[in-house]
Ligand binder design. Structure first.
Ligand SMILES: C[S@@+](CC[C@H](N)C(=O)[O-])C[C@H]1O[C@@H](n2cnc3c(N)ncnc32)[C@H](O)[C@@H]1O
Length: 240
């Protein structure tokens, strides 16, 4: 736990140091110079995960026969931007993101996507409401941190999660009538053992179900043991 907090502080310090330069960087070559300078292992991990993430969002759209051609797509926590790229390739009319990592924001902006660089734990409500036909939240949130919060386990101020319900309310607000949100948190594990073996009986699953989400059937390339054992979907009523 202590190591996690030290890493979080180190990550934030890096962001503060490079934020201004990242905001003005305009080309992929210049971005790569900054990346090399920082030896950013977090971003390197996002890059390595790109082929998996591309298959992931494609698998969900195909399994559920969701056509996003002409639709407005929001990725909350895009990492390398794999889902954004797929949305653009599939003809989405708007492809947008929100993320707090200035490296992620700069990279996806240079790729031609539009976004906000902010913390989605508290600032998702600042985005204009009712705009998105599809909202993708994959691996942005840790289920265990919501559970720890419910159990009263303390965290450093900036590191603390809000109640899951408040994030879900913000997501609801962003959905257009008939819009769909897919919410798939990651779960802590060690080796092949998940810290929470039974993900069904947790405050996370309960909160999602109370907010109108239902668990998706197992989708290969989207669900994954032990880290993504469960994923949720919600459709906002009101489509014509
Ligand atoms: C593990 S990556 C997942 C990337 C992508 N969704 C995927 O599945 O490949 C988590 C992403 O969520 C972002 N993220 C995590 N917590 C966040 C927060 N509180 N506010 C904004 N972005 C956050 C990270 O910066 C990163 O881009």
């Amino acid at each position: 736990m202590f190591e996690r907090q030290v890493n979080a502080v180190r990550k934030r310090w890096h962001w503060v140091k490079y934020r201004d330069r990242l905001e003005s960087v305009a080309t992929m070559d210049d971005f790569k110079v900054l990346l090399d300078e920082t030896d950013n292992s977090i971003f390197a991990a996002y890059k390595a995960w790109d082929p998996i993430s591309r298959k992931d969002v494609s698998a969900v759209l195909d399994a559920l026969s969701i056509d996003i051609n002409g639709k407005r797509f929001l990725d909350v926590g895009p990492g390398y931007g794999s889902a954004l790229d797929i949305a653009r390739e599939r003809g989405a009319s708007a492809v947008e993101f929100v993320d707090y990592d200035p490296f992620v924001c700069a990279f996806n902006r240079i790729k031609g996507h539009t976004g906000w660089c902010t913390d989605v734990r508290t600032k998702l409500s600042s985005i204009a409401p009712r705009q998105y036909d599809f909202i993708w939240l994959k691996a942005t949130f840790s289920a265990n941190r919501f559970i720890d919060r419910e159990r009263g386990l303390g965290m450093l101020g900036f590191y603390r999660y809000p109640k899951l319900e408040s994030i879900l309310t913000d997501v609801d607000r962003l959905l257009a009538p008939g819009g769909i949100a897919v919410f798939c948190p990651h779960w802590d594990f060690s080796g092949t053992q998940r810290r929470t073996p039974d993900v069904q009986n947790t405050p996370v699953t309960t909160a999602l179900k109370q907010q109108g989400y239902s668990a998706l059937p197992w989708i290969p390339d989207h669900h994954m043991e032990p880290i993504y054992p469960i994923s949720f979907i919600k459709t906002r009523p009101g489509a014509n």
